[in-house]
Design a protein around this ligand. Structure first.
Ligand SMILES: *[C@@H]1O[C@H](CO)[C@@H](O)[C@H](O)[C@H]1NC(C)=O
Length: 239
């Protein structure tokens, strides 16, 4: 009742102006609400809306299939020097050298005239062997070309007089010998020595002035011989 009474007053206030424009009538009670009308037809499609915001990132997908092989890349830079290798094994023994031809020196020469001049080199002018020509028959001197140990020897026929024979090397009478013989007697005088020579050293024989019985004939020879026994070791020579 209270609600209807208020409602009534509200209507009075709202309708009062219109009532004044028309002729005032006494108003009846409000009728019952009508029945609900039928549902209207579907409206037209609205205009397109603005795009929505970006959605959140989705989950990670499955790995793709393997791609084709790529081209060869450029060469890399050179690496650092490696450590020193192990020593190699010993090589095989070399073949024998052929320097023996350069290491030869020998001569043998005979005298062609008896009683050669004293105190000068005796010129043994009948060459028996002198392939390397280290002995010079025109001077009577042997000239050393290969340093080493040499053998020198003489074998003289002595007749009618004594003989004093010397082997001269490096301008010194290294060997001195004598034979005393008189008359028609014939004898042999001989000597052998080993000398160490340097290149350029010279060796010859001499006889003394009053002691010169050296003799030769068709039946008698007097011979001077020399040869290299062995050369100096090359390392010894350099030292
Ligand atoms: C003697 O031999 C040496 C060494 O071979 C040489 O230099 C020199 O010319 C030779 N001397 C003579 C007179 O032949």
């Amino acid at each position: 009742l209270l609600f209807n009474h208020k409602h009534w007053h509200l209507h009075l206030l709202l309708l009062a102006p219109t009532c004044t424009m028309t002729s005032p009538r006494l108003r009846g009670d409000k009728g019952e609400a009508g029945i609900k009308g039928e549902k209207g037809s579907k409206g037209d499609t609205g205009v397109e809306g603005i795009p929505g915001m970006n959605g959140q990132q989705g989950e990670k997908g499955e790995p793709g299939s393997k791609g084709e092989k790529g081209d060869l890349g450029p060469a890399g830079v050179m690496g650092p020097l490696g450590p020193k290798g192990n020593p190699g094994s010993r090589g095989i023994k070399g073949s024998k050298g052929d320097n023996s031809k350069d290491q030869r020196s020998a001569f043998s020469a005979g005298l062609s005239k008896s009683f050669p001049p004293p105190n000068v080199p005796i010129k043994f002018d009948k060459i028996l062997y002198n392939d390397q020509e280290d002995y010079n028959p025109s001077t009577g001197k042997f000239n050393c070309s290969i340093p080493g140990a040499y053998v020198f020897a003489y074998h003289m026929t002595i007749r009618g007089r004594p003989a004093r024979i010397s082997i001269v090397a490096q301008n010194k009478k290294i060997v001195k010998t004598r034979e005393t013989l008189y008359g028609q007697e014939i004898d042999q005088a001989s000597f052998l020595v080993i000398l160490k020579l340097n290149a350029g050293d010279q060796v010859w024989l001499e006889v003394g002035r009053d002691w010169n019985g050296i003799y030769v004939s068709a039946e008698d020879d007097s011979i001077f011989t020399g040869f290299l026994l062995y050369p100096d070791d090359i390392y010894e020579t350099l030292a």
